[in-house]
Design a protein around this ligand. Structure first.
Ligand code: 13P
Length: 288
């Protein structure tokens, strides 16, 4: 099977984005992978530090291996928003394909210093690295957020992005361009700042760009951002909402139901639908 770098380059060349779908439970993974199989798409399974501590790093790697073998699809695994070199090293040693160091809340020089350490170790192990410059707000654990205000100073500054990619040698860069984790109270997030994305792309050239906080983002913006150089988009909140909402509904409607393989079916199916839909929007269907 071709590696993740091959698919990221293909995405860059053919102008589509690979979805990263986050999970913390096996049933979610089954739904996500069923969506990818139907669409014949490469995917990245993502676990944050919290998600991976709940699921287990080695368990996630073992599951990726089994699913790759069974589906024959390029299924990759990313440690999302790692906050220390030590934890990312554990993920690399366990067999993750890719790691994301999130030093966005640090001073730029400190962010660069730790990212460089991660890159050095990861390159030696053949693992892909994502870095981050600019602050991407909130988290994916809210049903709906209050109206979310993005501060201008939190957006990625193109010249900082350039310094960061030059000095660290990361493979991918996550940017803050009006995106945030979670979904705004209206159900649709405000428009992306595509003007800032353009300035970043113009200055940094070929480094692949990542859009976090993909849930709720207006679809036209997503499509345009892909044309402008976004090659990976992370989705979590919409999957969590689909999963928990359907599970809650099923158990409320069937108070006697105690059999997991029965009460989890609707939740799994709802995750499949979200995953398959996002894959279509991101243009990665039939790119496996
Ligand atoms: P959403 O929860 O907004 O989909 O964002 C997910 C994400 O960016 C994970 O890194």
């Amino acid at each position: 099977m071709k590696n993740i770098k091959y698919y990221l380059e293909k995405a860059q060349k053919e102008k589509f984005a690979i979805a990263q779908f986050n999970f913390s439970d096996f049933t979610q993974v089954k739904g996500i992978v069923a969506g990818a199989v139907k669409a014949n798409s490469p995917i990245i399974l993502g676990t944050s530090e919290g998600e991976s501590k709940f699921f287990g790093l080695e368990e996630a790697v073992a599951l990726r291996n089994v699913l790759r073998k069974r589906t024959n699809l390029p299924i990759f695994l990313n440690l999302d928003h790692g906050h220390s070199f030590e934890y990312l090293k554990q993920a690399i040693d366990a067999g993750y394909d890719m790691v994301h160091f999130d030093g966005s809340k640090l001073l730029l020089d400190e962010n660069i210093k730790i990212t460089k350490e991660v890159v050095k170790y990861a390159k030696w192990k053949g693992v892909t690295v994502e870095g981050e410059v600019g602050k991407i707000g909130t988290d994916s654990s809210k049903l709906y957020l209050e109206k979310f205000e993005i501060k201008e100073e939190d957006l990625t500054k193109p010249e900082e992005a350039l310094k960061f990619v030059k000095e660290t040698g990361v493979d991918l860069l996550a940017v803050s361009i009006g995106n945030f984790h979670g979904i705004e109270i209206s159900g649709i997030d405000p428009n992306l700042r595509l003007d800032i994305l353009k300035s970043i792309k113009d200055i940094i050239g070929n480094t692949a760009l990542v859009l976090h906080g993909g849930s709720g983002t207006p679809e036209d913006d997503i499509k345009e951002a892909i044309q402008m150089g976004i090659v990976k988009i992370n989705i979590n909140t919409e999957l969590r909402l689909a999963f928990s909402g359907n599970l809650r509904r099923h158990l409320n409607n069937n108070p006697e139901e105690i059999t997991p393989y029965k009460f989890l079916v609707d939740a799994r199916e709802s995750v499949r639908k979200v995953a398959e839909y996002k894959i279509q929007i991101f243009g990665s269907a039939n790119k496996a």
